[in-house]
Design a protein around this ligand. Structure first.
Ligand code: FE
Length: 252
């Protein structure tokens, strides 16, 4: 278990919590904490297996700042399963796509906290964090039908959820895109909905000034050249419904 400071300018800090899943059968997942002044935000806090450890680590990292926002990129268990615990132990407000606000309560949301799970409309929104504004960017069908990324204009990090996920790597930053591609390809071909969805996202991503793309699983993409390489790869990828016949034939 480790905390890695991805950015720190004295008032604004971005921290990666990695390896809380610590091997085993559960897929490796990254959690991210952003602190701006006295305000904190956690991204995709995860499920029950890691809840206690991630909550303790986050409380320590906040160092007196208040957890105000819980961002949920989509509805999957490795993102949202423990959200009831997060809402019960903090005063934070959780946000998820409007497509999922009535499904997430099935993870066991107490009536007391239901009003603190709020919807994000399809076009995204801006969330105030301390003296900064985080942009919630649409990434629908990548992979969930109601799916969002967070762009932090201070650190220039784009938190990309499952997009860019890699499985089975042991490095934190992608050292070589070509060598890394095999750790992403299978996942993206099967979990991402279509090339058209990827192209729509790439158009948005190309308008952002991005230094780091930080996925929820595996290694991050650092530096403008690597970011550009990844976006280009997404633009050209055939996946999901594009290759549905081969999926049905078991040849993904
Ligand atoms: Fe997912």
């Amino acid at each position: 278990m480790a905390h890695v400071v991805l950015f720190d300018n004295g008032t604004h800090k971005n921290i990666l919590l990695e390896d809380y899943t610590a091997g085993g059968f559960a897929v490796q997942a990254n959690q991210h904490v952003i602190v701006d002044g006295k305000s904190g935000m956690i991204l995709d806090p995860g499920g029950h297996k890691i809840y206690t450890k991630v909550l303790a680590a986050t409380t320590g990292l906040l160092a007196g700042a208040k957890l105000e926002t819980i961002f949920l990129s989509h509805q999957d268990p490795d993102i949202v399963a423990a959200v009831n615990g997060w809402l019960m132990t903090t005063d934070a407000t959780a946000y998820v796509s409007s497509l999922w606000t009535r499904f997430v309560p099935h993870f066991g949301l107490d009536r007391l906290v239901e009003s603190r799970l709020l919807p994000i409309a399809d076009e995204g929104m801006t969330m105030t964090l301390g003296s900064s504004a985080m942009r919630i960017v649409p990434a629908h069908f990548l992979h969930s039908p109601g799916n969002f990324h967070v762009y932090d204009p201070i650190s220039k990090i784009l938190y990309s959820g499952d997009l860019g996920a890699s499985i089975g790597t042991d490095y934190r930053e992608v050292p070589d895109f070509d060598a890394h591609e095999k750790y992403m390809a299978g996942f993206h071909r099967r979990y991402m909905a279509s090339g058209r969805a990827l192209k729509a996202w790439a158009k948005v991503a190309r308008q952002l000034d991005i230094e780091v793309i930080a996925p929820q699983h595996g290694a991050l993409f650092k530096g403008k050249a690597m970011v550009d390489r990844f976006i280009g790869w997404c633009e050209g990828l055939e996946c999901g419904v594009d290759i549905i016949d081969s999926l049905y034939a078991g040849k993904s």
